[in-house]
Write a protein that binds this ligand. Structure first.
Ligand SMILES: CC(=O)SCCNC(=O)CCNC(=O)[C@H](O)C(C)(C)COP(=O)(O)OP(=O)(O)OC[C@H]1O[C@@H](n2cnc3c(N)ncnc32)[C@H](O)[C@@H]1OP(=O)(O)O
Ligand SMILES: O=C([O-])CC(=O)C(=O)O
Length: 373
């Protein structure tokens, strides 16, 4: 549940309207076009959620089959894009790779008119896992991968490209759920970036590359990687509590905790936490899961701070063999759907977004000659 909040960061102020999502308004906290996140994560696939967000309603069986076939056909990367990806060093930030990859694709396949927006979004949706995995496998393993797998689901396709083999049913399911959880979240910082860009009547890829830049920061999407860096250092529950106590005493932010809108819990957390527990059991070493649970209880006891969507994603992704540096790019592969749906919505009822500022500078004065400064 939300409580009234105000102050810096435009907190608590409405910056527009949307039919896509509610955050903190319904009993359980998060809905996409009226559907509760828990029900979506339980009953449908990410491709159905993408269709829902982008086209307005869940697809029927035939529409879903056609949509999957279409997306599968768009996974290949043009040679000039592969050539660019091959120039990017292994120690580059993978979110910079995503930004450059999206931007290069936008150069090669520009959005000629807004009527192309659905086609261009589907292309990005299909190509993003290929972009990040092509760069990762080339720069880290020295191989040029073929990016067109026959996996029905985008999550399974990502794992297939990354590990060069089809994922287990469990891993494919968890990736699918993860993509659903990350798909959309109202006027968060990256989506708002996309909408501001869209409001100038810019092109879709510019909106998306700007949004990638906003998502990159550790206060937003980058928190799942920062959470992993924290938990991998924790030996056991006692060490977890002592480490957090030290950090809180030194006024450090604990990444993966807290939220700008939710006040008591993030409805995505319980879902990914449940899958992380299952993955821990399969993995055969549950240390990361146990220390994460210890962090969760400690932070609630001490600060009434709760895990957001990112915290248990860290252990879940790690158990599936995903390198930490690829965590936030996966968020991009999912959130693209929300960003694009917001761009469509902004374009359909546009006025340039241009707020005012409260001036705090000097009173009007005249320019002194340079010899007097
Ligand atoms: C998918 C996502 O993007 S979810 C967000 C991912 N980001 C993170 O996990 C980063 C860590 N969390 C944070 O930095 C913040 O909680 C944010 C950025 C998510 C929200 O920021 P705000 O809206 O400013 O937080 P909020 O107003 O609730 O903060 C209240 C108090 O709790 C503190 N606080 C909030 N989160 C944390 C945290 N993770 N660790 C320690 N203290 C915290 C704040 O410093 C603030 O203290 P103060 O009143 O003494 O200044
Ligand atoms: O809503 C926010 O501010 C951040 C968030 O959880 C998200 O974008 O998923």
């Amino acid at each position: 549940m939300t409580k009234a909040i105000g102050g810096a960061g435009l907190r608590g102020q409405s910056a527009g309207s949307t039919a896509l999502c509610t955050v903190g308004q319904s009993g359980t906290g998060l809905t996409y076009r009226g559907y509760d996140i828990a029900e979506l994560a339980d009953k449908v696939s990410f491709e159905e959620v993408a269709y829902l967000l982008l086209k307005g309603e869940l697809p029927n069986s035939e529409q879903l089959a056609n949509y999957r076939t279409k997306l599968k056909g768009l996974r290949g990367l043009p040679q000039p894009l592969k050539t660019v990806l091959e120039q990017i060093p292994a120690d580059a930030h993978p979110m910079d790779v995503m930004r450059t990859g999206a931007s290069m694709l936008g150069n090669l396949e520009p959005e000629a008119t807004f009527a192309d927006q659905y086609e261009k979004t589907d292309r990005l949706l299909a190509a993003f896992p290929s972009i990040i995995c092509y760069w990762y496998r080339y720069s880290h393993d020295g191989v040029r991968i073929h990016t067109e797998t026959d996996d029905d689901q985008i999550g399974a396709h990502f794992l297939h490209l990354l590990h060069d083999k089809k994922p287990s049913e469990l891993h494919a399911k968890v990736m699918d759920v993860s993509l659903i959880l990350y798909a959309e979240h109202e006027f968060n910082a990256s989506t708002f970036t996309a909408r501001v860009c869209a409001s100038t009547l810019s092109d879709l890829v510019s909106c998306v590359t700007g949004a990638i830049g906003s998502l990159r920061g550790p206060l937003h999407g980058g928190a799942n990687e920062a959470a992993m860096e924290l938990i991998e250092e924790l030996r056991d529950e006692q060490h977890a509590r002592a480490t957090l106590a030290y950090k809180l005493e030194h006024k450090e932010k604990i990444m993966g905790f807290g939220h700008a809108i939710y006040r008591e819990s993030d409805p995505r957390n319980g879902i990914i936490k449940g899958w992380s527990e299952k993955l821990a059991a399969e993995f055969g070493d549950d240390r990361l899961y146990r220390v994460s649970v210890a962090c969760e209880s400690f932070m609630w006891e001490q600060k009434k701070l709760f895990c957001n969507a990112d915290f248990f994603h860290a252990s879940a992704y790690h158990y599936m063999g995903i390198p930490t540096k690829l965590f936030t790019p996966i968020f991009v592969c999912s959130r693209l759907t929300g960003w694009a749906a917001h761009v469509f919505e902004q374009r359909a009822n546009n006025r340039i977004i241009r707020p005012s500022a409260d001036y705090t500078g000097p009173e009007p004065r005249s320019v002194p000659d340079i010899s007097e400064r």
